[in-house]
Design a protein around this ligand. Structure first.
Ligand code: MEV
Length: 452
């Protein structure tokens, strides 16, 4: 494993920079063109005209904060990753964990398949006929695939297209039915439209072969033929905690993270929260790049239940001989870098540019690595200090804002809320009041300097 991981010096201390300095650093580190930096520096970058084209009954847009995760290294390449997310601490957590992993050799990701699945349902056949119908479809497979590929000749020319067909039967369902699965490589697209069109065109051909009645013709968001895997090894020394309140060795933290994984593997109640922590790192990138996060979420959770009960999507084990914690995440991802709004939404375009205009495959590996980083950060906090210590610092800022603090008062109010261990709305209100009284007293105080 390479140990080359180093944060880009221009990105170091990113969180301490002003907005202008952050944009400058981004320009230097990711070659973001000036027009896209301009988009990022505007507070509302989706025009009503575009919003009105994207959806029906448009009123405006609903902005989310957009920030970046630094320190992510995958397959020896460094990334700055745009996150669109409303939850405080998500970006800080993913950046911290990415740094531990970067210092330990980085993430290693791979694509295990590229195909989307389309489903064509066949009804009104006698279950006794299912075997015969399946045999007829199998016999016609080559013709059906050739026909499907005529539907999208340009996709075929780009090396994508329909690859294979699979038949599934549900003879014991309340209404018995068969399903033909169409496997299609959509190349750089998410693929929903490509797959749905093929299913609609292919359905009458299938009906000609087997009779019956065609039901639904639609993609499956359980995209388990478009699978990605990411692995990392985290040196124990990156995990140790040694501050005034907590002291724990890296080995002890690693063992506890393994225990937390066993909890999530066996208990669906814990697995749901564990996997939410993984999606904390995936959804923000999916959203920032203009992709369909509902599809990604649905696919991830269905995949988590593939063994008959809902379980942890990631796996964490301890390698004491090599003094590392080993992490792995396997997930279906259905992401496009063309099509949909990816190239139309100004911030999505800028987000893809920050990532170096990756392929769909590379974007999926980035999302996956951010997912594993977020999971690692959450677990390390949960097995040591608890999640609230870090959360509270950031939550305090939101509380201060909600209680009426002005931007230049927020830091101070938030800090005092945490120090006083009373992070509440009423405490924020009285702190704001006393801060203002103090500054009023300072302004009102006579300037006696001339008397000195
Ligand atoms: C909070 O957004 C995510 C966590 O609850 C994830 C977890 O429990 O693993 C901290």
């Amino acid at each position: 494993m390479s140990r080359s991981g180093k944060t880009d010096p221009v990105l170091r201390g990113f969180y301490k920079k002003t907005r202008g300095e952050r944009l400058d650093a981004l320009k230097a580190a990711c070659s973001v063109p000036i027009d896209q930096l301009r988009v990022l520096s505007q507070d509302a970058s989706l025009s009503f005209d575009l919003a009105n084209l994207f959806i029906e009954n448009a009123l405006g847009s609903h902005p989310l904060p957009l920030g970046v995760v630094t320190n992510l290294q995958i397959n020896d390449k460094n990334y700055v990753v745009p996150f669109a997310v409303e939850e405080s601490s998500v970006i800080a957590a993913a950046s911290n964990a990415s740094k531990w992993v970067m210092e330990s050799g980085g993430f290693h990701a791979e694509c295990l398949g590229r195909e989307m699945i389309g489903q064509i349902q066949i009804l009104d056949l006698d279950p006794n006929e299912f075997e015969n119908a399946a045999a007829k479809i199998k016999l016609a497979t080559v013709d059906l695939i050739d026909f499907a590929n005529l539907v999208h000749p340009r996709l075929r020319m780009r090396g994508g297209g329909t690859r294979s067909i699979e038949i599934r039967s549900f003879p014991k369902a309340e209404i018995p039915f068969m399903v033909v699965h169409v496997h299609l490589d959509p190349k750089e697209a998410m693929g929903a439209n490509l797959v749905n069109t093929v299913c609609e065109k292919l359905a009458p051909k299938i009906q000609e072969i087997v009779g019956g009645r065609i039901g639904l013709r639609i993609l499956s968001n359980l995209a388990d033929r478009r699978l990605f895997r990411v692995r990392c090894e985290v040196d124990f020394k990156q995990l140790e905690i040694n501050d005034a309140e907590f002291q724990l060795s890296g080995l002890e933290v690693a063992k506890r993270i393994h225990e937390a994984y066993v909890f999530a593997k066996n208990d669906s109640y814990r697995a749901t929260t564990h996997n939410k922590g993984i999606m904390n790192g995936i959804d923000p990138v999916v959203i920032a790049t203009g992709n369909d996060w509902r599809a990604v979420e649905a696919g991830a959770h269905a995949f988590a239940a593939r063994n008959g009960h809902y379980e942890s999507l990631s796996k964490w084990t301890v390698d004491t001989a090599n003094e590392v914690l080993k992490g792995e995440l396997l997930l279906p991802l259905q992401l496009g870098t063309v099509g949909g709004i990816t190239r139309l939404h100004p911030t999505s375009k800028a987000a893809l540019q920050i990532l170096g205009n990756p392929s769909s495959e590379e974007l999926s590996m980035i999302c996956l690595s951010c997912g594993l980083a977020s999971n690692l950060a959450a677990l390390r906090a949960l097995v040591t200090t608890g999640i609230q210590r870090g959360h509270m610092k950031l939550h305090a800022k939101n509380l201060a804002l909600a209680a009426g603090a002005k931007p230049d008062e927020v830091e101070q109010v938030a800090m005092e809320l945490v120090i006083n261990q009373n992070v509440s709305a009423s405490a924020a209100e009285s702190l704001i009041q006393s801060l203002r009284e103090k500054s009023k007293t300072r302004v009102d105080a006579p300037n006696n300097s001339h008397e000195l």
